[in-house]
Ligand binder design. Structure first.
Ligand code: PNS
Length: 159
């Protein structure tokens, strides 16, 4: 059983994340989308809201959503996952990702990090930029799933 963890904060999940999840679901028997708890002091969405949104937009039967605290490699071992998947957009992502991958390898040599390239149409998308553009009134159509865009509109209207 080849099991992979796809970790992140997913605040919110973007089309770039979804693209990586879809590719991972084809490569591995099981993919666990793992949401890191308490990453930011002021996330746009609560953990529960983010988990629910990810569940609603991931139709693949071998993908499940979970949360974790503490070290990623501890979670990977606990879940009996041999792989960690990370998406690489541009070369600028590589340095930080390499540091994390090598540190994770030092901590847990049995967990292998696999880098996947998102489709080039998504190469400039990040949750941070999407939130900024959205809050300033710009269109984010096509950059996040429709459900996420709707939840963002609701969030702005109702807090
Ligand atoms: O995509 P993100 O939001 O930048 O994800 C970062 C994440 C969650 C992968 C990273 O911060 C992480 O793994 N945190 C858990 C704590 C940990 O294991 N730190 C050591 C990493 S070398």
């Amino acid at each position: 059983m080849r099991r992979a963890i796809y970790p992140g904060s997913f605040d919110p999940i973007t089309m770039g994340h979804l693209d990586i999840i879809e590719r991972s679901a084809r490569l591995f028997d099981e993919v666990i989308v793992a949401l890191l708890l308490n990453i930011e002091k002021q996330p746009m969405f609560t953990t529960e809201e983010r988990v629910e949104m990810i569940r609603e937009v991931t139709p693949w039967s071998n993908v499940r959503v979970d949360t974790f605290e503490g070290l990623l490699v501890h979670f990977a071992v606990q879940q009996q996952a041999q792989f960690v998947v990370r998406g690489i957009r541009a070369i600028s992502d590589y340095e930080y990702e390499l540091q994390m991958a090598l540190m994770n390898r030092r901590l847990e040599p049995n967990v292998e990090t696999v880098f996947l390239m998102a489709g080039e149409a998504y190469s400039y998308i990040s949750s941070r930029l999407i939130k900024e553009v959205f809050k300033l009134g710009g269109s984010i159509k096509g950059l996040v799933p429709e459900l996420v865009e709707k939840r963002m509109r609701d969030k702005m209207a109702n807090g």
